[in-house]
Write a new protein. Sequence first.
Length: 223
Amino acid sequence: MADFARRQVAGLALVAVVAVGSLLAGPNHLFAVARDLADRPVVFGALLVAVYLVRPLFAWPTTLVAILAGYAYGPVWGFPIALAGTTGSALLPFLAARYVGTGSGERTGWGSGLVARLGDSGERFFEATGDLRGMVASRLAPAPSDPVSAAAGLSGVSTGAFVVGTAVGEVPWTVAAVLAGGSLDHLSTTGLTAINWELIAAAGAVAVALLAGPAYRAVSVRR
């Protein structure tokens, strides 16, 4: 029980760090550094790796970092770099949530109860959709990346399905962000619009289509 309590405390502390980091660390300074390093591909690559590792702590969107990749490397090289970085970065909240949620169904208390309820809800969703289909649909939906990763970790989604589903579902968002970054003459957060409403609507429609079959079967079973 003490071990589980430590997991809960660690989880709450991590959420607090993310909240504070998102308030204090805006992307403007990051973009200024990136502008200075854009003509040094190797050093810029090291910067991208570091940014992807700390991105979840600052609640920065994955598309923001993909824009940096497109700006420095162009769409051809920027896309695989950004997609790999986005997928790897998403693993961090996924694994953290899996660690915090371990044993939540066997404990009592408000913290364990909340984690257990979130995990149970996610498990029902992925049981209906399947891990891979559910992950692809979740990534295509216009939802923040890190909460989706955390929910998957609490729900017991397999690591393989998480990685593949994330990589597939993030393709349209990554393409849009890399193309936006590659078209910039001056890297700035002002007026930066990588994602338009047409892409959001199209990706959302595909996500709904993926979930239509499992939703129909679930309703049919209840009847």
